[in-house]
Design a protein around this ligand. Structure first.
Ligand SMILES: [Zn+2]
Length: 660
């Protein structure tokens, strides 16, 4: 806290001034905040678990595999001895990287679609087209192939298209040429060919649709057969592409869902206009870029230089941290099984369930009181809120060794072949996703990793998920007074419930199907209310950097933040009514209502570098921490009341926005 700050003028400074003063951003990070601190603490716990030698009674095949994967990652001596051989082997497997080979040419069998399909299937690298198997947004009980515009090598399209980003582009270009040179390219030739690759990627960035125009899921969604796709975009051989990577047979009648038809049209033309050599150079560059964090030391050095410019970091992460992160991301359920054994108490699940019920009750009341929604829609909305599935801690199946081991059955690791292990993980990850195509969706199952500090709402499952990693202080503790738990995990629960009714979530019904279940008039009123939030946030700037918030890109999260805070405060008041006032905390001159808001704000304590601020503003759907405090609190009448902020002060503006 910073008690010298006026809570009615700058509550972020009041709540976080001290935290921000005593913490520094570590050299290997571009920001540091309470989430990252919790994440770091979690890493230490996972390190202890994965470094346990010799099999323990609770180990299963999967947890042992996770330990071998970790060992292979941590042993940099062996990684150096193995060297670049496996990297050259995959380039050879892909027909060669033209920049390394002056005699590179294509034979009669060569087809660009096969190259892309193989990258998707074997290396889990969806380049030029994002493609995956997931439940159909309009029929959530059936799996379907989905297509979307891809990610780029740098974090977003702006990095390629804005003049002010010359520095980033230069660093990226340097990184490309260095990787090529390290792998044996002649340096002039590397610079010449990589310039063509960068020019191609700039053209690619240009044909992607800006995020700001991608909010209406219903308008983006298009279901079509492969035959129709071929008729619309004949420049691309769709059948060959899908047949190369899908593990099941498909015909021209197979239906797919496209979320980016305009992009796909333009992509067809761009591919035709680009020579084969540049296309191949680009695709394999992107494959190498993705794998480069796992390559040998000399590559890490160049990567470090690139990240210094891109993120402002001055050194690489410590090896064990990288390895823990890697194993937890790729084998999350196995790691989660070890984690919950020591760090998750059954009581937390019961308390979380009880809180969810109170939050839902509060949401339903607010819903009934809203003056912009018609009664009929209200009734259906309440049904949707009541139908939300609650997922807490970890999915039950990970307690069953047979079930858990099934997920990783195809994986066999070698403790002295890290890079090969990485390739196995990628191929396995691709297969696990794609094989679902002919399976039925198991609605009672969920697959969010347990050991993460985050929470989720899945629109087409209509479920809210609170992994074990978030059910800990600051968010939650059995020892905390309820005011802190409601200001912490309570707001997070409310936030996730509200996602079911934000600009995106509202388009899905209670079964998780994209379907219009609101009448046009109510939709119009929703848009008016949402516009208030968009305008409000668009006026905010992130200080001291001076970047403006993109109110449109962040609207869903802002709606969820505002709703979550309001619902949780109400739920806490109801709890007090039922159970009586809580005892004041000794030595603290704040009452529990004030503590509720203080804990909410302190979740967002944190500091960041300029590079990270820009990155967040451009790519994140979330507002940055200080804005997540400023926005919701200045819309809250209750906050103004408990901190006695005069009307017109910065934290209690006269004009307020409210949706839920
Ligand atoms: Zn959210």
């Amino acid at each position: 806290m910073d008690k010298t700050a006026d809570p009615c003028e700058d509550f972020f400074q009041y709540a976080c001034g001290e935290w921000n003063r005593i913490h520094i951003i570590p050299e290997d990070k571009s920001s540091y905040n309470t989430f990252e601190k919790l994440h770091d603490e979690l890493q230490v716990k996972l390190k202890g678990l994965l470094e346990e030698s010799s099999p323990k009674p609770y180990d299963t095949e999967s947890t042992l595999k996770a330990k071998v994967l970790y060992q292979s990652c941590i042993d940099t001596n062996i990684i150096e001895v193995v060297g670049d051989k496996p990297v050259h082997a995959i380039l050879k497997d892909m027909g060669g990287w033209p920049v390394l080979d002056p005699s590179w040419s294509t034979d009669q069998d060569w087809q660009f679609e096969k190259l892309l399909g193989k990258l998707r299937k074997v290396y889990n690298a969806p380049i030029l087209l994002e493609s995956w198997v997931a439940p159909d947004d309009k029929n959530s009980s059936v799996y379907i192939v989905q297509l979307d515009q891809p990610t780029l090598g740098m974090p977003s399209r702006e990095y390629y298209l804005k003049d002010m980003d010359l520095e980033y582009k230069q660093a990226y270009f340097k990184y490309m040429t260095q990787i090529a040179t390290l792998l044996g390219a002649e340096s002039d030739e590397a610079a010449r060919q990589m310039q063509l690759v960068l020019d191609f990627e700039i053209a690619l960035a240009n044909i992607t649709t800006p995020q700001i125009e991608r909010h209406d899921t219903g308008a983006m969604y298009q279901k079509l057969s492969l035959r129709e796709l071929r008729n619309k975009v004949p420049q691309f051989d769709w059948m060959t592409y899908f047949k190369t990577y899908l593990p099941v047979n498909v015909t021209e009648d197979e239906e797919v869902v496209s979320m980016a038809m305009e992009y796909i049209h333009k992509l067809g033309n761009l591919i035709v206009a680009t020579d084969k050599k540049t296309l191949t150079n680009y695709c394999l560059w992107r494959l190498l870029l993705g794998l480069s964090p796992e390559m040998t030391e000399k590559f890490q050095k160049q990567r470090g230089e690139y990240l210094r410019v891109l993120q402002g970091v001055s050194r690489d992460k410590v090896r064990w941290q990288k390895c823990i992160e890697y194993v937890n991301e790729r084998m999350g359920m196995a790691v989660g099984k070890l984690f919950i054994k020591d760090y998750f108490r059954k009581e937390s699940k019961d308390t979380a369930l009880e809180m969810i019920h109170n939050l839902r009750e509060a949401f339903n009341e607010i819903l009934m009181e809203s003056d912009w929604m018609d009664d009929e829609t209200k009734a259906v909305a309440m049904e949707k809120a009541n139908a939300m599935n609650e997922r807490i801690g970890y999915p039950e199946f990970i307690l069953n060794a047979t079930e858990l081991d099934k997920i990783y059955a195809g994986l066999q690791f070698n403790s002295s072949a890290y890079f090969e292990n990485v390739l196995k993980v990628e191929a396995h990850g691709a297969y696990q996703n794609l094989k679902q195509l002919r399976e039925t969706v198991k609605k009672d199952q969920w697959h969010q990793d347990p050991a993460v500090v985050n929470a989720f709402y899945n629109p087409n499952m209509n479920d809210i998920v609170f992994p074990a990693g978030i059910l800990q202080p600051l968010f939650y503790s059995a020892e905390f007074p309820k005011s802190l738990n409601y200001g912490g995990i309570g707001v997070v629960i409310g936030h996730e419930i509200t996602h079911g009714f934000d600009d995106k979530g509202r388009q899905y019904n209670k079964e998780g199907n994209l379907r219009q279940w609101w009448n046009n008039e109510t939709i119009e009123r929703f848009r008016e209310q949402a516009q208030c939030t968009i305008d409000q946030y668009s006026k905010y700037t992130l200080e001291p950097f001076g970047y403006s918030i993109n109110g449109r890109n962040t609207q869903g999260e802002n709606i969820a933040d505002n709703g979550g805070l309001k619902e949780s405060y109400r739920a806490y008041q109801k709890w007090v009514k039922r159970n009586g006032e809580e005892q004041p905390l000794p030595g603290i001159d704040l009452n529990h209502n004030q503590l509720f808001f203080l804990n909410y704000a302190q979740i967002w304590c944190g500091i960041m570098r300029d590079e990270e601020a820009l990155h967040k503003i451009r790519t994140s759907v979330h507002s940055p921490g200080p804005i997540r405090v400023l926005g919701p609190l200045s819309n809250s009448h209750e906050f103004a009341e408990v901190y006695q902020c005069r009307s017109g002060s910065r934290m209690n503006p006269v004009h307020k926005c409210s949706l839920w």
